[in-house]
Design a binder for this molecule. Structure first.
Ligand SMILES: *Cc1c(COP(=O)(O)O)cnc(C)c1O
Length: 435
């Protein structure tokens, strides 16, 4: 039995998370053995330049020696206590120091828990049921949020999950992303029932989408006027799109333009703050956050929340993530984005690039960067599958889905970027000649 069959014989679909299967590109994934810096090594010993980065956490590159050392030291002191540690407080302080709206922080283990807890807090604080989300935005796999939810579902061709009750789906209102009128109308019609609007700070799970100017601000304004809670999902963008996430990018823009910055009520973090280990967080206004147990009536808990080994990875990562590292990530991202786009243009391959800060993805077969999920779905996923396999053969690992960001890290060298661009150029030339 080959490995893929053996995996499928015990794990549904051979994986523990759906996007790891190559349903969006065809073929069977090769199991990985190790990863270091910008590279992953598969079980056959092949080394590839990685643009997955564990789907976001690996912003320093894989297995940064100082992060690994911090984890080893923490592990030697004990794997889990189920009691508070100093490092948990330090990690929460690191988050708040960079991201002022996170006045209070609760650590959890997954982004799914972070958004689920934010929803529960919003409902408790408002006494309302309805949640507004945007088609193509992914917020983890809790029932209320698993409606029109982007990447994994888009890749699998599953519009919504089975097993979500009509009741859960009925309390979730799905609107097209970036549509001011649809949002304003929803508040006009249902305002008194809306507990929260949840949005990705910049959508990155339908490919990367730049939020239209003023859209996040409109969400904030409407929520404030109508007594609803604005939940900003920065699980993917947090401390990656920019030093203070996507919110920080817009904030800098607004301050430069002489506008009062808008401020989210609750924020979900994940991915980067765990540095490759299971750490996520919900943060926000003190008045909302102090509704959490044990202070308030909103229950939330976790045996492994703030796990000392995981927190050690997150804390070491956050401490290493200074302006110089962010600048390196930005430079690598710019060079790759522009190099890839030029190579595709030179060969006459139709494409558009979606970009939010240092995050980007390439949409093949369209002329304009999408804003809505409907527009993102017009991309040529078959062409992406060909690109994926051509790059794989050339030693580059793209995410196995057209609906994902291309993740660069501070460990990607200019040689790595050149090699990727050359591989894309070679594919584009062959693609342009194909009948
Ligand atoms: C990854 C992701 C989540 C879910 O995080 P998990 O840790 O996988 O549960 C939520 N929101 C966004 C925007 C994400 O990218």
């Amino acid at each position: 039995m080959n490995f893929a069959d053996r995996a499928r014989a015990v794990l549904p679909g051979g994986v523990n998370s759906p996007v790891r299967a190559w349903n969006g590109v065809g073929g069977d994934p090769v199991p990985l053995a190790s990863a270091r810096g910008s590279r992953i090594v598969d079980a056959s010993g092949a080394s590839l330049i990685d643009l997955v980065g564990s789907w976001g956490p690996a912003i320093l590159g894989h297995a940064h020696p100082e992060v690994v050392a911090a984890v080893q030291e923490a592990a030697a002191r004990g794997l889990s206590f189920g009691a508070t540690t100093e490092a948990e407080v330090e990690l929460a302080e690191e988050i708040r120091a960079r991201y002022a709206p996170a006045e209070r922080v609760r650590l959890v283990s997954t982004g799914t828990e972070a958004t689920m807890t934010a929803i529960r807090l919003a409902r408790a604080a408002t006494g309302r049921d309805l949640i507004v989300k945007f088609a193509g935005c992914y917020h983890g796999h809790s029932d209320a949020l698993l409606v029109a939810a982007g990447s994994g579902l888009a890749t699998a061709g599953v519009p919504d999950s089975a097993g979500v009750t009509p009741g859960a789906a009925r309390d979730t209102l799905v609107l097209p992303y970036g549509d001011d009128a649809a949002l304003t109308d929803a508040f006009a019609e249902h305002g008194a029932r809306i507990a929260a609007v949840i949005t990705e700070a910049a959508p990155c799970n339908m490919g990367v989408v730049a939020p239209p100017a003023g859209f996040n601000r409109l969400i904030s304004t409407l929520c404030r006027h109508e007594g609803a809670v604005m939940i900003l999902d920065e699980v993917l963008t947090g401390f990656r799109a920019g030093p203070a996430g996507w919110w920080g990018v817009e904030r800098a823009h607004d301050v430069a333009a002489g506008l009062d910055p808008w401020v989210p009520d609750l924020v979900a973090f994940g991915k980067v703050i765990g540095g490759g280990m299971p750490v996520a967080a919900v943060g926000g206004r003190t008045e909302l956050m102090e509704r959490l147990a044990p202070l308030g009536p909103v229950y939330q808990a976790g045996t492994l929340s703030g796990n000392p080994v995981a927190v050690a990875a997150g804390l070491a990562t956050m401490r290493l993530l200074d302006d110089a590292v962010h600048a390196r990530v930005a430079a690598a991202s710019d060079a790759l984005r522009m190099g890839v786009s030029e190579a595709l243009t030179a060969a006459g391959v139709r494409h558009a690039v979606g970009r939010a800060g240092t995050l980007f993805s390439v949409f093949l077969g369209v002329d304009d960067a999408p804003v809505t999920f409907e527009e993102a779905s017009r991309q040529d996923t078959a062409a992406f599958a060909r690109l994926f396999h051509a790059l794989r053969a050339a030693g580059v690992a793209l995410p196995p889905s057209a609906y994902e960001a291309w993740f660069v890290s501070a460990a990607h060298s200019s040689g790595d970027i050149e090699a990727i661009v050359d591989a894309v150029a070679a594919w584009a030339a062959a693609e342009a000649e194909a009948p």
